[in-house]
Design a protein around this ligand. Structure first.
Ligand SMILES: Cc1cc2nc3c(=O)[nH]c(=O)nc-3n(C[C@H](O)[C@H](O)[C@H](O)COP(=O)(O)OP(=O)(O)OC[C@H]3O[C@@H](n4cnc5c(N)ncnc54)[C@H](O)[C@@H]3O)c2cc1C
Length: 379
């Protein structure tokens, strides 16, 4: 039997890695010298950043979904077979259907999940747009909203670090367009002592919030929601009442990572340069499930996948990893009023967002369509 590369998780990172490997070693895959297997939980691939637009009626769910098979190179063996056991010493995975998947090199790309259950009352009293179901429920709540106080609150950590600002500024636009902004208050809360963890982004957001009359409280970490009284309490001891609560729940790694004890919180200890799992040279980690000191974002998954693929191919040949990831991330930031800006940074160079423009907004909207080329390993 040839060598076996197995990728666990068919989201952004796993799909890019699978397609890129298929494009780099088609001969070996055709001859059977190497087999490439991708394991997922679902037949459907969803472009998660599209969920930001769903609550504001700016996109329909079917526009941001494709069949997983349709975006995969035919040389990738794809199975929907949820994995339960990751046996690192035995070099094999076992699924819930008890099928075993042995590997020579494993790539773990199981992502992260919002966990509203970690904040008492949040599931019952809050809304979020970090799942399709949640985004549609929030859309319906916003459609019914006729004015009042909307509180925006985040748990830590969470993927897409700029989404709190994006949703707040898009909400301001949405309420204006519906003619109910004057009857509404937007109250933004943030866990650290600034409007954002990235200082340049926080500095930029200050005057924008002032101009758009968005109120805020920093050092606000969600503790619990009093559903009956419609009050959100913080760990810092303050309380804020709401008519509608829009949250980003705290995130954790996938259940399979937690169940197999591969990393505290589901975050796998990962070498920040080679992207190997610490202590396991034949296991690589990519996307949200790493413990890298960098944003959990699709672009992180994309840029690190470029490096990881080369290193996987070196290791499968018996060599050492040849490429180093520098922590590159690029994120667009929707700023409302048909404008957007962006941040670009890496482990050693912090970002500085330029003034928002409409051309960057259109670039982001175009990228939302072009994403499928990224997933295919082309862009
Ligand atoms: C509202 C929103 C807006 C966002 N906006 C942006 C943005 O503008 N820019 C940006 O760069 N990023 C953005 N992101 C973040 C981005 O979507 C994620 O960081 C990205 O999807 C991470 O990729 P991943 O492959 O690590 O995880 P995922 O894409 O979540 O994929 C993980 C996959 O692993 C599978 N899996 C888990 N456990 C198992 C198992 N046991 N067996 C089999 N399969 C399993 C899951 O089903 C899933 O398909 C946004 C996210 C959200 C929710």
């Amino acid at each position: 039997m040839g060598k076996q590369i197995v990728i666990l998780g068919s989201g952004v990172a796993g799909t890019i890695v699978a397609n890129q490997i298929a494009r780099k070693i088609p001969g070996e895959l055709r001859s059977g010298a190497t087999t490439l297997t991708l394991l997922g939980n679902t037949e459907t691939h969803t472009y998660q950043p599209g969920w930001l637009y769903l609550p504001f009626d700016l996109v329909r769910p079917e526009e941001i979904k494709r069949s997983q098979k349709s975006i995969l190179d035919p040389l990738v063996h794809f199975f929907v077979d949820p994995i339960e056991k990751i046996d690192l010493p035995g070099k094999k995975l076992t699924s819930s259907s008890k099928k075993e998947y042995p590997y020579d090199v494993l790539v773990i790309a199981t992502g992260s999940v919002p966990r509203p259950d970690l904040i008492p009352g949040l599931q019952e009293g809050g809304h979020w747009f970090y799942t399709e179901e949640g985004a549609l429920k929030l859309r319906d709540a916003l459609r019914a909203f006729q004015g009042g106080k909307i509180v925006v609150a985040m748990g830590v950590p969470h993927k897409c670090p700029v989404a709190p600002l994006e949703v707040t500024l898009m909400l301001d636009d949405y309420l204006r367009n519906r003619g109910i902004r004057d009857q509404s208050e937007i109250f933004y809360t943030y866990p650290v002592g600034a409007l954002h963890t990235i200082p340049a982004v926080a500095k930029w957001a200050g005057p924008v919030f002032e101009e758009r009359k968005i109120l805020s409280e920093t050092f606000f970490n969600m503790k619990e929601v009093d559903v009956d009284k419609k009050v959100l309490h913080s760990l810092e001891g303050s309380a804020v009442s709401y008519d509608l609560l829009i949250s980003i729940p705290p995130h954790r790694g996938a259940k399979v990572i937690l169940d197999n004890g591969l990393g505290e919180g589901g975050w796998i200890p990962t070498n920040k340069q080679t992207l190997q799992m610490e202590g396991h040279d034949n296991v690589f980690v990519v996307g949200d499930t790493t413990n890298l000191p960098i944003s959990k974002a699709g672009s992180t998954a994309h840029f690190s996948a470029d490096i990881l693929v080369e290193n996987v191919l070196s290791v499968i040949e018996g060599a050492k990893p040849s490429r180093i990831y520098d922590g590159k991330v690029f994120c667009f930031i929707e700023t409302g009023r048909n404008q957007a800006t962006y941040i670009s940074f890496n482990y050693s160079n912090p970002p500085s967002p330029p003034p928002p423009t409409s051309s960057v907004h259109w670039m982001k909207l175009s990228y939302n369509r072009l994403y499928w080329l990224t997933a295919r390993g082309i862009l």
